[in-house]
Design a protein. Structure first.
Length: 150
């Protein structure tokens, strides 16, 4: 099977017309005209598969550069699509020379600080509490001041 790429034919041309044109040179197995997804109108190119290579070469020689409805068509062997290789699911060590680069700006403090450690900042901000001697009590005065009694 040989897949041909045909471009430049009129947009109103149907698949059966392409089969009729190319079947004179060999057996046509499939035809596909590429259309717009939204409107369904032909884009003016398509693919055609022929069963034998000799028939495909005859079709290329005869139809490449031919004129259909005042439009010149181009016929050539379609390129094979590159199929992505299946990647392994196992995790491997990175190759030597592979460095993971982080974008700049991440993990940096927004404002320059003397101390970037959050815990040290919280400890410094906490008020210092004095311990009162054992056996003493507190007395609240009418002015709102607390007095230590021994």
């Amino acid at each position: 099977m040989v897949k041909l790429f045909i471009v430049g034919f009129p947009r109103d041309m149907e698949e059966i017309e392409l089969v009729e044109l190319f079947s004179a040179y060999g057996t046509v197995s499939t035809v596909r005209i590429i259309t717009d997804k939204d409107s369904g109108i032909s884009k003016g190119y398509g693919f055609l598969e022929m069963t034998d290579e000799a028939g495909a070469q005859r079709a290329i020689d005869a139809m490449n550069g031919a004129t259909i409805d005042e439009r010149e068509i181009s016929v050539r062997i379609a390129e094979q699509k590159h199929q992505p290789q299946q990647q392994q699911q196992q995790f491997t060590k990175p190759k030597p020379g592979f460095n993971k680069v982080k974008p700049q700006g991440y993990n940096k403090p927004r404002f320059p600080r003397e101390n970037n450690n959050r815990y040290e900042q919280q400890e410094a901000a906490a008020p210092v509490r004095a311990k009162r001697p054992a056996g003493s009590s507190l007395k609240l005065l009418s002015s709102g001041i607390v007095k230590l009694r021994s």
